[in-house]
Design a protein around this ligand. Structure first.
Ligand code: KG4
Ligand code: ZN
Length: 338
């Protein structure tokens, strides 16, 4: 079964063709980073306008790269939420029009749950590829969400932890902005931190109370700001990289500690990490080492599948359609859908 996945929840326009929920036939993502960089963050109005410009070329390219004609598509999966209302509506309106005009079944997908599906995607010929066995824990870390899920089945999961303030990626972006590193800042901090001393400033690891699976990152961001303001001599390059490394280490330590706590809490031996922040090299390396020590099976998808894409939407959509979930033209955006 071939599913066309469409993603437009934030600032990336994504479309992909996925076969039987796992085989990645194509995945095309058009990034808006250059548009939002000069404002230091996403401007929702500009994001939706750009989605309108890009949605048709991106879908066309995804079909072309998969060597699939629209007539061969068996279902359309589209992100319904959470996300920016205006951005979500572009993908939804397009997907509904396509579904109506071509009489193709359509299903609405939860973006956070879809991130988990990156762990099930593999290239053609990769059949039998190692995939996580249910139930397992997933840590989804991105610009808009930091969520721990207890995943029981493709279409059944429970939120067991989430951020009470900033998402991890949001903290990376805000700290990068105050360090003058531009937007989006996660990758810039990751690169700078490679030569920095992670113990230069020992920021408090937030929200570590025993048993708690929630996250809080706004305090670390404020601690970095306070440190910067307190430095009369400005931020010479050697201090900047140490500060970036110290901030990154704090976030990484909290994410790993909570993920380990979560697998213990639900007695799981399998962990999936996904979302844009899962591209972070320090997080990938440290979590891999920790999972090895704890004897956990760890799945971290390739970076292009960790950040927002249409393939993860197509994959979850496949399982929803297989279970009989089909939507109609009343399918609407759910911006605050957790
Ligand atoms: O999942 P994603 O592409 O979009 C959302 O759903 O938000 O995640 C984007 C976030 C941004 O905050 C970005 O700074 C962060 O992921 N990010 C990183 C890295 N690459 C992207 N954060 C830390 N290290 C990275 N290498
Ligand atoms: Zn996302």
């Amino acid at each position: 079964m071939l599913i066309l996945g469409i993603e437009s929840s934030c600032d990336d326009t994504g479309a992909a063709v996925v076969e039987d929920g796992g085989i990645l036939r194509s995945s095309v993502v058009s990034s808006q980073d250059a548009i939002h960089a000069k404002y230091g963050g996403i401007v929702p109005e500009l994001a939706s306008r750009r989605h309108i410009e890009m949605i048709i070329p991106v879908v066309d390219e995804a079909l072309k790269q998969a060597s699939v004609a629209i007539e061969e598509i068996d279902g359309v999966a589209v992100t319904q939420g959470p996300g920016l209302a205006g951005s979500l509506l572009v993908g939804l309106s397009f997907a509904k029009s396509l579904s109506y005009a071509r009489a193709i079944p359509i299903t609405g997908v939860n973006h956070i749950e879809a991130h988990v599906m990156a762990a099930f995607l593999h290239k053609s010929g990769g059949k039998g590829t190692d995939v996580p066995a249910f139930p397992f824990v997933a840590l989804i870390v991105s610009g808009g969400h930091t969520t721990l899920l207890h995943v029981k089945d493709f279409t059944r999961c429970e939120i067991i932890g989430h951020t009470v303030d900033d998402a991890a990626g949001e903290a990376f972006d805000k700290v990068a902005k105050l360090l003058g590193l531009g937007y989006p800042g996660g990758l810039a901090i990751d690169r700078l931190a490679k030569d920095g001393n992670p113990s230069f400033v020992e920021f408090t690891r937030p929200y570590m109370a025993k048993g708690n699976l929630n996250f809080s990152f706004s305090g670390v961001k404020t601690a970095v700001l306070t440190y910067v303001k307190g430095r009369n001599g400005g931020l010479p390059p050697e201090i900047l990289k140490d500060l970036a490394a110290s901030f990154q280490e704090t976030v990484v330590d909290v994410l790993i500690s909570k993920a380990m706590r979560a697998v213990g809490a639900v007695n799981s031996k399998t962990l999936v990490l996904a979302g844009g922040v899962a591209c972070n090299s320090r997080l990938r390396a440290k979590l891999t080492a920790e999972a090895g020590k704890q004897g956990l099976r760890l799945f971290i998808p390739e970076p292009h599948l960790c950040s927002d894409n249409g393939a993860m939407i197509a994959s979850l959509g496949y399982h929803q359609i297989k279970k009989g979930s089909k939507a109609g033209l009343d399918l609407n955006a759910k911006p605050n859908w957790d």
